[in-house]
Design a binder for this molecule. Structure first.
Ligand code: SF4
Length: 333
């Protein structure tokens, strides 16, 4: 009998990314690993600057050059290491197999081209045999699918003539035009009003229902993760602190950082005017990281070995891993 193929759709393995700064080289992403299966929604959570976006840009091979460099690791898409692909082969994957949407669509949309032309370009790039008329029809249909009213008129407009919510819909339309296997959504709703945020998330998940694509949702908003994701990877200062199924992580967090993050979410049980608990201290600068646990200066549970021994991801329970010396210490969550 044939064994089922268990190759994950995407496997990031021991990824390291360094940036050249005035203070020398700093490791912005250090030994990050996770997997994504077909149709799964994976949340990448953590504070700004924790390496979520740098990880996503590494997957897309869109890191700024020459200031950044991948120092180690693999990004396996269907078993193929994207970091070793020639640029033209990567062009065929980016946008067609793996697409990305960003927090601020103006940075991704071209201000001097009409919306219609920009969507049509996605088709030109990946389906060179498509005629002009076909591309126009497909672009119009895509704008209608992403809920743009009066799409025919919007095709003729420039990005600056649209509201933030409409621009985000256009960018989603461009990202989904080729029905990718993976959509990476990097803080897709942070810049939008709350009601528009909900519409945009609904839109992404409607597409996921119909196409079965997998989603990596990058956000600092744990509420969005709880509502939408199957698994979550919590990152801190360029490292993976903890990863688990969403239900496990929210019910039984292990890592002191994850516990702190979860306590800082407002709840209805909270008394009015009662201040929200916060994690004391700040994320250290990447150039001043401890050789041990990167969370050590903010951790109330720190052990002596935390200062100089880097904790590696260890199993807490089935499918639940934390990078914390308390795991070795036999602590239960
Ligand atoms: Fe705290 Fe040590 Fe665990 Fe780091 S390894 S989170 S310092 S207990």
């Amino acid at each position: 009998m044939n064994q089922p193929d268990r190759t994950p759709l995407l496997a990031v393995k021991h990824l390291g990314v360094a940036f050249q700064t005035d203070r020398g080289q700093v490791l912005a992403v250090d030994d990050v690993s996770f997997e994504l299966n077909a149709g799964q929604v994976l949340g990448l959570a953590g504070e700004s600057g924790c390496g979520k976006s740098v990880t996503a840009l590494s997957v897309m091979r869109l890191l700024p050059k020459p200031v950044s460099k991948i120092t180690q690791g693999e990004v396996l898409f269907k078993g193929q290491n994207l970091l070793e692909l020639p640029s033209d082969a990567m062009h065929k994957i980016r946008g067609k197999k793996i697409s990305m949407i960003f927090q601020e669509p103006m940075t991704a949309l071209n201000p001097v081209h009409t919306v219609g032309r920009q969507i049509a370009e996605s088709y030109s790039l990946h389906f060179p045999g498509m005629g002009e008329k076909q591309k126009n029809t497909a672009s119009l249909q895509m704008l209608e699918k992403v809920g743009i009213p009066d799409a025919r008129q919007v095709m003729k407009k420039y990005p600056h003539q649209l509201s933030g919510g409409m621009r985000q819909r256009v960018m989603i339309g461009m990202a989904l035009a080729c029905e990718p296997d993976i959509l990476i959504a990097d803080e897709p709703t942070t810049a939008l009003d709350v009601t528009v945020q909900a519409q945009i998330m609904d839109l992404i998940f409607q597409f996921r229902e119909t196409t079965g694509m997998a989603v990596i949702l990058i956000t600092h908003d744990l509420g969005l993760i709880a509502e939408n994701c199957d698994r979550v990877v919590v990152m801190y200062a360029g490292t993976v602190a903890e990863t688990a199924k969403v239900t496990t992580l929210f019910r039984q967090p292990f890592h002191p950082y994850t516990k702190g993050l979860l306590k800082s979410i407002p709840s209805l049980a909270q008394k009015a005017k009662e201040p929200l608990p916060t994690i004391p201290g700040n994320v250290p600068a990447l150039s001043e990281m401890s050789a041990g646990c990167r969370f050590v200066e903010r951790c109330k549970r720190a052990l002596t070995q935390c200062e100089n021994q880097r904790p590696r991801l260890m199993p807490v329970s089935s499918g639940h891993f934390a990078a914390c010396h308390l795991v070795y210490d036999g602590e239960k969550n």
